[in-house]
Design a protein around this ligand. Structure first.
Ligand SMILES: C[S@@+](CC[C@H](N)C(=O)[O-])C[C@H]1O[C@@H](n2cnc3c(N)ncnc32)[C@H](O)[C@@H]1O
Length: 443
């Protein structure tokens, strides 16, 4: 965008009423809704109008005229340029309060859920240094994070934000950054670097996603000469659409994590919950206080919830589509001496279908951001377990799915907990408890 056309953009002053999904501030000016990134509730701001649609506009923050009492100095020098964090300018307690409000608003607006349950909040014990997984991007030998989306749109192209450190990452992942930069500079076809760190074992696994295959010799050299010894394994992957396919691996392709007294093997391909400071608390929220019957844990990954849940259940069967995760989960059942669990590779609908002839006590869902699909909901409606525990990382798909489930008239939405796995970012994780409404005339 040239300076000339920039001057033509209107500038307006408005009050930010609240935050909305994505962490943007919402304000109104002449009956139009404006979305403004990096603004805080109750602030009076001056914004440049960068997008104007019939029913809403987007403003870029130029100046905070009257700041919110919750405004704080962001810790990170890349805040506002890097696309990773959206809320560093807001005091942590206020971030959590706002996330609860956004969560409720999504349930009501997207899910059309009129009667909301009590919603509790569980903050992160520390608002920085919590992330044990990182995904770096590499472009022309430079390693960093993806740029803020608005900046990318304004420029018509995106750039890598060349960071030296990221305050939400575990300090040991930050220690890796200079080493990973060197690897990126030397191996020109590298496109992404994914890191999983175990704070319990002080071990890291690294996936290198590159256009050209890296040989075993390359991987050996990278691990032995360019990376510190706490990196126990390095793999070469190619991206096929959204999937990563392993071409080669050097060193150990798994590590172990510990949570709530359980030990879990995690392969390089398996999912691990991001905020290690909340692992124990997260398990406590999903595992019930009372004894349960036959339960299903769909989207189970390494068995993070399945294994502790089995201490309270007659039997728990976990399912996931990732073969590596299922192999880890089976290993973890033996490692933790859990005789009453089994795992299978299946989608939730395939999994639930196998149990239509049973009385199922609880079904746990922990889907990716896209939520449940139509088949999952169709089979759930046939299965009708006594309880549903829906763990969600996306309030909008959660609201869509719960709205539909509640309209069956079979379940009561008992409680929700917003557990802040992602401080400083706009991501909202929640645990939602549904139970069957007792049949009329029942005790
Ligand atoms: C948010 S993770 C949750 C994993 C696990 N509950 C945990 O706490 O570690 C989502 C999981 O869903 C799995 N997954 C993604 N799409 C799936 C699908 N269509 N059917 C079954 N599993 C799927 C992924 O492999 C991943 O393990």
């Amino acid at each position: 965008m040239s300076e000339e056309s920039r001057e033509e953009r209107p500038v307006v002053e408005l009050k930010i009423d609240k935050l909305v999904a994505g962490g943007k501030g919402l304000g109104r000016y002449q009956n139009k809704v404006y979305f403004v990134k990096y603004a805080a509730p109750s602030e009076i701001v001056r914004v440049e109008v960068i997008k104007e649609k019939r029913d809403y506009a987007e403003g870029r923050l130029l100046e905070v005229l009257i700041p919110s009492s919750a405004r704080v100095e962001p810790l990170c020098p890349y805040f506002g340029v890097c696309g990773g964090c959206q809320l560093q300018h807001i005091a942590y307690e206020e971030q959590v309060r706002q996330k609860v409000e956004i969560f409720k608003e999504q349930l009501q607006r997207v899910g059309k859920i009129r009667e909301l349950p009590p919603v509790e909040a569980v903050p992160s014990p520390q608002p920085y240094g919590y992330r044990v997984r990182a995904q770096f991007h590499v472009e022309a030998g430079r390693l960093g994070f993806v740029e803020d989306e608005t900046l990318r749109e304004l420029k018509g192209r995106g750039e890598i934000v060349d960071i030296d450190t990221c305050p939400i990452l575990h300090p040991r992942i930050n220690e890796l950054i200079p080493h990973l930069k060197r690897v990126s500079a030397e191996y020109g076809s590298l496109r992404e670097v994914h890191v999983t760190y175990s704070p319990n074992r002080d071990e890291a696994l690294i996936k290198l996603i590159s256009e050209e295959p890296l040989s075993e010799g390359d991987l050996r050299r990278i691990k032995e000469e360019l990376l510190p010894p706490f990196v126990v394994g390095v793999g070469d992957y190619k991206r096929v659409l959204r999937e990563l396919v392993r071409r080669n691996f050097y060193g150990r392709d798994y590590t172990f994590i510990s949570a709530k007294g359980f030990t879990y093997r995690v392969s390089a391909e398996s999912f691990v919950q991001n905020n290690y400071l909340l692992w124990d608390r997260f398990i406590e929220l999903v595992v019930p206080g009372e004894r349960r019957g036959y339960c299903l844990d769909t989207f189970c990954g390494i068995g993070f919830f399945t294994i502790p849940f089995s201490e309270k259940a007659f039997f728990v069967e976990g399912s996931d589509m990732n073969n590596f995760a299922i192999a880890d989960a089976n290993y973890n059942a033996r490692l933790n001496d859990r005789p009453n669990v089994a795992f299978l590779r299946a989608t939730p609908s395939e999994h639930m279908k196998r149990h239509l002839d049973k009385e199922v006590d609880t079904v746990i869902f922990d889907p990716p951001r896209s939520g449940l699909d139509k088949r999952d909901l169709k089979v759930l409606r046939e299965l009708l377990p006594d309880r549903i525990v829906y763990v969600s990382c996306n309030p909008s798909t959660l609201a869509r799915d719960l709205g539909q489930i509640l309209r069956w008239g079979v379940y009561r939405y008992k409680k929700a907990v917003v557990i802040d796995l992602f401080p400083q970012t706009a991501h909202i994780e929640s645990v939602n408890y549904l139970e069957k409404i007792p049949a009329e005339g029942g005790l």
